[in-house]
Design a protein around this ligand. Structure first.
Ligand SMILES: [Zn+2]
Ligand SMILES: [Zn+2]
Ligand SMILES: [Zn+2]
Length: 308
């Protein structure tokens, strides 16, 4: 019973965190052109605020999950029993701690292992923006308005996700998380928003050595080793890959081998690294495949498997 009441609060915090995240992203995508220019200051103010609230709720949800309800409540509740707290909660009469103290608590406990020291600096910077926006006004310099458009998305990907994902206990990629958590259609809209694409190009390069062009979204955000596109979520599990004879990259030529035998064991292939296409022949006996236009008859051919 007690557990369910605390669990209920945690669920609500996480859901509301996602709600503010969706709200911020939706407004940003609907009102900003995505070009390399300034962001409208009012839009920036509202987006910063939505993201800041989202992060605050995500941090509270995480602290609650790891350290219990009292970790996010005002000191004055220290001696309250869970029953008393539940009553206060039901009467909408419970006060949570300030953002600052929850943030410092989570930071001191090291709950988010992949959140770097620099990330906390970014959180603090956004906190300053948000407080000034809400309480006074924040006068953004022109250069801020240019940079912030990109910084906002970085903030979103690097920080809010890490916090929201850290209490999911599973390995979910940012774009998978977005696709499942945001309102319908928002994620696919994001994959056409240049600041998001740029951020994902950065994230994919940070995570993997070989990044290829994705055949679905056309951005250079496809991780060869993870076989996954950081921008649009495309995964290659239904496709086959072979080495490229042109650029010499390994496993970079992708082709669809479903029903390939109905098409003389051939299919068009495309190198995700150098963008060269070719005709791939896949041996029906040993399944070895190669570019038939370049390495003609060097390997298995129709009716003659060299590996058998
Ligand atoms: Zn993609
Ligand atoms: Zn190639
Ligand atoms: Zn063969």
């Amino acid at each position: 019973m007690k557990e369910s009441f605390v669990h209920q609060i945690q669920k609500r915090l996480t859901e509301n965190s996602k709600l503010f995240l969706s709200d911020g992203i939706e407004r940003l995508l609907n009102q900003d052109n995505g070009n390399e220019d300034y962001i409208n200051p009012d839009l920036l103010s509202l987006t910063c605020t939505s993201f800041q609230i989202s992060i605050e709720l995500a941090l509270k949800s995480l602290a609650l999950e790891r350290a219990g309800l009292k970790s996010i409540l005002n000191k004055k509740y220290e001696n309250h029993s869970l029953d008393e707290l539940e009553d206060l909660f039901k009467n909408n009469n419970i006060k949570t701690s300030e953002f600052e103290s929850v943030k410092n608590f989570v930071k001191s406990k090291g709950y988010i292992t992949d959140l770097a020291r620099g990330d906390f600096k970014v959180i603090e910077q956004f906190q300053i923006y948000r407080n000034r926006i809400v309480h006074f006004t924040y006068e953004f310099e022109e250069i801020d308005l240019y940079d912030m458009k990109y910084d906002l998305i970085y903030y979103l990907i690097q920080i809010i996700f890490k916090i929201l994902l850290s209490n999911q206990h599973q390995d979910v990629k940012p774009s998978e998380f977005l696709a499942y958590s945001l309102k319908n259609g928002l994620h696919s809209q994001l994959t056409h928003y240049p600041p998001y694409i740029e951020a994902m190009e950065r994230v994919s390069k940070e995570n993997t050595d070989s990044v290829f062009k994705c055949i679905v979204c056309n951005n250079r955000t496809f991780s060869k080793f993870e076989e996954y596109c950081y921008c649009c979520n495309f995964i290659t599990e239904d496709f086959k890959t072979i080495d490229c004879v042109h650029c010499k990259e390994t496993k970079s030529v992708i082709y669809d081998n479903l029903n390939i035998e109905l098409n003389k064991n051939s299919a068009r292939g495309l190198c995700l690294n150098c963008d060269t296409d070719g005709m791939i022949y896949q041996c029906p006996v040993c399944e070895f495949a190669y570019d038939n236009e370049i390495e003609f008859e060097k390997y298995c051919t129709e009716g003659n498997c060299v590996n058998n």
